[in-house]
Ligand binder design. Structure first.
Ligand SMILES: [Fe+2]
Length: 182
């Protein structure tokens, strides 16, 4: 049985061990039992982003991606740990062009996350996400702070790759502002 309060407590304890693998292990353990997560958080037929925990030191989102859903490149200003418990997320990682007046980025790497995979993104990472599948994909996203109200976040235009102020409805129109609370 997945218990969100116990998971949050485990995340807090693991995040306190800075520089360790502990937080990955906590998230890996959770996503190793997809049936328990689905039983606790529900099955969905359309895009769904629920805030499970929002606190100054911790944000936990249940990110359920619609078929072929995408995001613009964006940053978080927090460390982020992503664990997949169904389907997949294809991530592109981006880096800033040196001394570019428009803050443009270029692709720097990629990661194809599939069920059971966990990855940790450093606080300055810029990524974009696509669900490459024709079905829903399910992920838990853990941030080591209040990601939703972090100041000064950015996103990047899909065509020009120029930097813009972060706007949730632009980053992922399918999620938009429809973040729901537990
Ligand atoms: Fe993200």
């Amino acid at each position: 049985m997945f218990d969100i309060d116990r998971f949050a407590a485990d995340c807090r304890a693991a995040l306190a061990e800075r520089g360790s693998e502990a937080i990955r292990d906590v998230v890996r353990r959770a996503v190793s039992d997809p049936a328990a997560l689905i039983a606790a958080l529900g099955e969905h037929s359309g895009p769904h982003a629920a805030v499970l925990v929002r606190a100054p030191d911790l944000t936990i989102l249940n990110a359920v991606w619609g078929a072929r859903q995408w995001t613009l490149p964006h940053n978080h200003h927090h460390r982020a740990i992503i664990g997949m418990y169904g389907g997949g997320e294809d991530n592109i990682f981006w880096r800033r062009l040196a001394e570019d007046a428009k803050g443009r980025v270029e692709a720097a790497g990629a990661a194809s996350l599939r069920q059971g995979d966990v990855t940790a993104l450093g606080r300055d990472i810029i990524h974009s996400v696509t669900n490459p599948l024709d079905k829903m994909s399910y992920a838990i996203h853990v941030y080591d702070g209040d990601f939703l109200s972090a100041e000064g976040k950015s996103c990047w235009h899909a065509e020009t790759l120029c930097e813009m102020p972060y706007d949730a409805a632009s980053v992922s129109p399918a999620f938009g502002h429809a973040l729901t609370s537990r």
